[in-house]
Design a protein. Structure first.
Ligand code: FES
Ligand SMILES: [Fe+2]
Length: 346
C-alpha cells in the first residue's frame, strides 16, 4: 500500500539509466507508489507523465507514439510530452471541447551523467518550478561504466539505512577471499546542504589499492537517498577520479530499487571484470539481509540505534523529518547534522 507521507517531496529521484530508455520507448514505472510513464520521443527527448489516461484510466504507456505525441490505446486521445492533450479523435468540428485544457500530470525530468531524474513536487500544480536541480557526478563527461540494479523487498528507510550502516560489513559482506577484519574506525563527518559527508580520508580496505598508493575517498549522502563515493588516486603516474554512485528509489511503501553506477576514465576499463563479479555479489548480500530482516519487521517491533555506529542512520531520520517539516510549513530547510567524529569497530 502506498502512503503519500512516506516519501519526501520537492526532491529529485533517480528513475533509471538513460541507456535503458531508447528513442520511441514508453515504459510504465512505479515510483513513490505512483504510476509514471517514462518515455523518449522518437527524436530523443525523455519525459515523464502520470501513467493514467484522464479519459478512462488506461495506462498511456500501453499506447504508442503518433506524430511525437503519446496516443492512448483505448480511444486514441493524444498527449504531448508535457502532458497537454492535443487530439480527441471522436470529436466533430462543431463540438467545442477545448482539448488543450485537458492535462495529464507531467513530472519535471532531467538527464545528466547517463541518469534520468524525475522531480516529485509536493503540490501536483504543473507550473511550479523544481526547487533545485538533481545532484551531479563530480567528474567531467561522466559516463556510466558499470551498472548494477536490484529490487529490495523493503521500504526506502531500511534500504538507505542499510547502505550507510558501517558495522554490518564484516558480517554481511565478509568472505574467506574478501577478508574484512574488524578494527577501530574513526571518521570525520560534516554537514552538506541536504545531507552529510564522511570527509576525505585514506580508505583502510585493501581493495582500494587498485586505485593507486595515494588513494583517498569521501562518501556523501544527500536526501532523498543518494550516495556518492568520490575516490581519487594515482595509477601509472596518472591522476584518476572514480565515482561510485548509489541511489535508493522507492517503488512503493515496501519495495525499493537500489542502483549502483560506477564512473571512471575510459582507459581504466580493465577494472570492469572485477566489478562485474563483485558488484552483484555485494549488493545481493544487502538485498538478502533485507529479506531476512523482513521476517522480524512484520511484527512491528521497536528498533534501536546505537552510538556511534548508528549515528548516520539517526541523522538520516532527522534529515528526513526536517525536510518533511520544511515542505509542510513552507519554511527553509535547516540541516540538523553537526560536524562530528564517529568511532566504531567494523
Ligand atoms: S481511456 Fe484513454 S482515450 Fe479513452
Ligand atoms: Fe552493505
Amino acid at each position: 500500500m502506498a502512503n503519500e507521507s512516506l516519501f519526501l517531496k520537492n526532491l529529485w529521484y533517480m528513475a533509471g539509466l538513460s541507456s535503458s530508455l531508447k528513442a520511441g520507448a514508453l515504459r510504465r514505472e512505479m515510483l513513490l507508489g505512483e504510476p509514471v510513464l517514462l518515455g523518449r520521443t522518437p527524436d530523443g527527448k525523455a519525459f515523464a507523465m502520470r501513467d493514467i489516461c484522464p479519459h478512462r484510466a488506461t495506462p498511456l504507456s500501453a499506447g504508442k507514439f503518433r506524430d511525437g505525441d503519446v496516443e492512448c490505446p483505448y480511444h486514441g486521445w493524444r498527449f504531448r510530452p508535457d502532458g497537454v492533450c492535443s487530439v480527441i479523435p471522436s470529436l466533430l468540428q462543431d463540438q467545442n471541447v477545448d482539448v488543450n485544457r485537458i492535462r495529464v500530470r507531467s513530472y519535471p525530468l532531467r538527464e545528466q551523467d547517463g541518469l534520468i531524474w524525475v522531480y516529485f513536487a509536493a503540490s501536483p500544480d504543473q507550473d511550479t518550478a523544481p526547487v533545485g536541480e538533481p545532484p551531479k557526478v563530480g567528474v567531467p563527461n561522466a559516463t556510466p561504466r558499470w551498472i548494477e540494479s536490484q529490487t529490495f523487498a523493503c521500504g526506502i528507510d531500511h534500504a538507505v539505512v542499510g547502505l550507510m550502516d558501517p558495522s554490518h560489513a564484516p558480517y554481511v559482506h565478509g568472505r574467506w577471499w574478501w577478508r574484512v577484519k574488524a578494527k577501530v574506525k574513526e571518521k570525520r563527518y560534516a554537514p552538506l546542504p541536504t545531507g552529510f559527508v564522511m570527509t576525505r580520508h585514506a580508505p583502510s580496505k585493501p581493495a582500494y589499492k587498485l586505485f593507486g598508493g595515494d588513494v583517498s575517498t569521501e562518501i556523501t549522502f544527500e536526501l532523498p537517498s543518494v550516495r556518492f563515493e568520490n575516490i581519487s588516486g594515482t595509477l601509472f603516474g596518472r591522476h584518476i577520479d572514480v565515482v561510485g554512485f548509489t541511489a535508493c528509489t522507492p517503488v512503493d511503501a515496501d519495495t525499493t530499487q537500489v542502483t549502483q553506477v560506477f564512473y571512471w576514465p575510459g582507459w581504466l576499463s580493465f577494472v570492469k571484470p572485477l566489478f562485474m563479479v563483485l558488484g552483484p555479489i555485494f549488493l545481493g548480500d544487502d538485498r538478502k539481509m533485507v529479506e531476512l530482516q523482513k521476517q522480524g519487521l512484520q511484527f512491528n517491533p521497536n528498533l534501536m540505534l546505537i552510538q556511534d555506529a548508528d549515528v548516520p542512520a539517526l541523522w538520516y531520520h532527522r534529515l528526513k523529518k526536517a525536510w518533511a517539516e520544511s515542505v509542510e510549513d513552507g519554511k527553509p530547510f535547516e540541516n540538523p547534522v553537526q560536524e562530528r567524529t564517529l568511532r566504531w569497530v567494523s
